[in-house]
Ligand binder design. Structure first.
Ligand code: PMP
Length: 444
């Protein structure tokens, strides 16, 4: 096979078609897309309104280079997004993916610092574990050893603070003292680095691929905001996974009083119809940059009218069909059902999530929180078992990527109660088989 894309995981069936929450391979086998691809297809597959909007745009134009033309599609999407953002976040810069969005946000922050006589600021603090993308700039912010270690000599070492994993540290996530405990690590890091050198803090409001739907403890987000304001550090909300309704509100950060200075979005914005991402920045950051000649940055395909027309139709579909509310409602049902599975299957050590960004984590022992031995490759084996039963889910190692296993269950936001039943049945049957296999191997 010459296509290097597909070589890592071994062969998978060939995709034939996809509709709503279902996908079919060439042999006619049906799969329920329980992870929306990689938390991408928020409005489900082959939505007719989005396809119509794309067709209409294709008949007009598919590309207009941004230095030659403005396009109605990109302007309309920019205005739509600005209207959905908090405060004065009304300047939108388009890109084609999440890593590009993160890179762009950090470069925008740096240019703002230069344009506002804060040129000593360049460090971007992030959390570990975290995932912010795979290009070298975004990877430098990522806290996930297997992905970062091979490239360490090629990257700028950026400061990290621990992600607030109260469940592992034995702390009560409902107690605001817990949120403050973790947030104060940001202040300590800013002071240790020298506040005049710190440009920004980047955070996933609900953790994604690296931490598995990690919901911040009470008090955390508000305190993070306060600390950033106190030290003039920009708060960048990485909403690549949480944005576009995934957690039950348009932005994940809408759940807290923690207004970002910059938001980055991607996955659910293009929703699998087109590669699309956006950086949405506070007006006050962009004005000085424009006064000095503009943002010295841009990607060739960025803001192309076809991607923007698809994105606009996606956001309209989210709104018209009340999908944020559906995600909140169905998310509660899903979380309750996952907790039910935890009562039945002792290998599940934790269940967590917000909206339809939910996960469970395997543990060898719930009391000590000991992970399953890494050699068992538990998360991949579980994904394969579910896949054989026609259920697609998403998994990663959870503790800095070296051990621990979490499974993300994140169906499209159009799911109904019957789909949730089907997901739970698929997980339950897979867990029965998984538990037998793992227990016999642990004894061996
Ligand atoms: N940030 C977050 C929070 C993500 O989840 C991802 C993708 N998993 C990215 C950035 C990078 O996005 P992309 O893969 O589109 O480059």
């Amino acid at each position: 096979m010459s296509n290097l894309f597909y070589q890592a995981q071994g062969r998978r069936p060939v995709l034939e078609q996809a509709r709503g929450v279902y996908m079919w391979d060439k042999d006619g086998k049906r799969y329920l897309d329980g992870s929306s691809g990689a938390m991408v297809c928020n409005i489900g597959h082959s939505n007719p309104e989005v396809l119509t909007a794309m067709r209409r745009q294709m008949e007009k134009s598919t590309f207009g280079y941004r230095l030659h033309f403005e396009t109605e599609a990109s302007e309309r999407l920019a205005q739509k997004l600005a209207g959905l953002m908090p405060g004065d976040l009304n300047r939108v810069f388009f890109v084609s993916g999440g890593s590009e969005a993160v890179e762009s946000a950090t470069k925008l922050a740096r240019q703002y610092a230069l344009a506002s006589e804060q040129g000593s600021r360049w460090k971007v603090i992030s959390r570990a574990p975290s995932y912010h993308g795979c290009t070298l700039g975004a990877l430098a912010l990522t806290g996930y050893t297997p992905l970062t270690a091979p490239f360490a000599p090629m990257m700028q070492d950026m400061p990290k603070i621990p992600a607030p994993r109260a469940y592992l540290d034995g702390l009560d996530a409902d107690d605001p003292a817990t949120g403050h405990y973790y947030a104060d690590m940001l202040e300590a890091k800013i002071l240790a680095e020298g506040p005049e050198s710190v440009l920004a803090f980047i955070v996933e409001p609900v953790g994604g691929a690296s931490t598995g739907a990690l919901v911040p403890p009470n008090g955390y987000m508000e305190r993070i905001r306060e600390i950033c304001t106190r030290y003039g550090v920009l708060l960048i909300m990485d909403e690549v996974m949480t944005g576009a309704g995934r957690t039950g509100s348009f932005l994940g950060s809408d759940h807290w009083q923690a207004q970002p200075d910059i938001v980055v979005m991607s996955k659910g914005l293009g929703a699998g119809y087109m590669p699309l991402g956006a950086v949405i920045a506070d007006e006050r950051l962009v004005v000085p940059i424009l006064a000095q000649g503009g943002f010295a940055h841009g990607f060739t395909y960025a803001g192309n009218p076809l991607a923007c027309a698809a994105g606009l139709a996606v956001v309209n579909t989210l709104e018209m069909n009340g999908l944020c509310d559906n995600a909140a409602k169905m998310g509660e049902t899903l979380l309750a059902r996952l907790n039910g599975l935890m009562q039945k299957h002792e290998l599940i050590g934790d269940v967590r999530g917000k909206g339809l960004l939910t996960a469970f984590e395997f543990m060898a022992d719930r009391d000590s929180k000991a992970p399953l031995p890494a050699r068992l490759n538990a998360h991949q084996r579980f994904v394969d078992l579910a896949y054989a039963k026609g259920l697609i889910i998403y998994s990663r190692r959870t503790r800095d990527g070296t051990e621990g296993d979490h499974i993300l269950v994140c169906p499209p936001l159009i799911v109904n109660a019957e789909h949730i039943d089907e997901i739970i049945e698929g997980l339950d049957a897979s867990l029965v088989q998984f538990s037998q296999d793992i227990h016999s191997e642990l004894k061996a």
